[in-house]
Design a protein around this ligand. Structure first.
Ligand code: 6PG
Length: 248
């Protein structure tokens, strides 16, 4: 069941399953519109557990045939510094849940390489994006899917990390103190130039942070999700379940 959307485009659903189904429908609708308008649909996928159900739904018999997969280009918003078969790999999760089950050409799957040197890999990924978004000052994804951690992070933009201040690079290797490792991530300005951004947030563990991020004082160093405000009015939507929305 869907509540009326607020001025800030916050869509609140009964539970995680309803969130996943609504987000899946939005993905399909945006894919259709983008393909009609420009012959392709470029999307940056999120890692984490919340989007996994969306990927499975997209690959299911119920939804799979509603997407023109050969015209879809899948990118990643962030990646852990592990090989693609590692349990922590965002690519592995997306591949197992969706990519390996849909008729998308291999060359349309733009994996962030996690193995090897993170700084080099971030640069190479930016090069790949610059070829795809030929001549653009910033990437213009048709859709960026994001989760939010209960510490307020999004993609791999973690509280207090250097990447929060990135103003030039599209992709960065970001040192994440709390995990003692690099993560590779789109920068906030790269995300903000997307045509649509979808935050998918479920579960009671996010309830405390969500109102702080959405309507609290601006503290992006502490709450990196506050950095996400796309250029285009109305381009940001929050797909939230009742548990996560409890304190909104
Ligand atoms: C990742 C992410 C990350 C994630 C949040 C929320 O690679 O971990 O892209 O930003 O979206 O941590 O994760 P959950 O949806 O699992 O809570």
């Amino acid at each position: 069941m869907e509540a009326a959307p607020s001025a800030r485009n916050i869509l609140i659903f009964e539970d995680g399953e309803q969130v996943a189904r609504a987000a899946t429908e939005r993905f399909i609708e945006l894919a259709k519109q983008s393909i009609e308008a420009q012959g392709r649909f470029s999307v940056a996928l999120s890692g984490g557990s919340t989007p996994k159900r969306i990927y499975s739904l997209l690959a299911s018999d119920e939804y799979r045939t509603r997407v023109e997969w050969p015209k879809v280009h899948l990118f990643f918003g962030d990646e852990r510094t592990v090989p693609p078969d590692h349990p922590d790999s965002n690519y592995r999760m997306a591949n197992e849940a969706m990519i390996s089950h849909v008729p998308i050409p291999a060359e349309n799957v733009h994996r962030m390489v996690g193995e090897g040197d993170a700084v080099t890999n971030a640069r190479l990924y930016e090069d790949e994006l610059r070829v795809f978004f030929d001549g653009e000052a910033w990437p213009r994804f048709d859709l960026v899917m994001l989760g939010m951690g209960d510490d307020g992070h999004t993609a791999s933009l973690f509280p207090g990390s250097r990447a929060l201040h990135e103003q030039a690079a599209w992709v960065v290797a970001n040192w994440v103190e709390k995990f003692n490792t690099f993560r590779i991530t789109l920068s906030a300005p790269a995300i903000n130039h997307a045509a649509h951004v979808m935050f998918i947030v479920t579960g009671a563990a996010k309830a405390e942070r969500l109102p702080e991020v959405i309507s609290g004082p601006r503290q992006p160093d502490r709450l990196p999700s506050q950095l996400i405000h796309p250029e285009t009015e109305g381009a940001l939507e929050w797909f939230v379940d009742k548990a996560a929305a409890a304190k909104l």
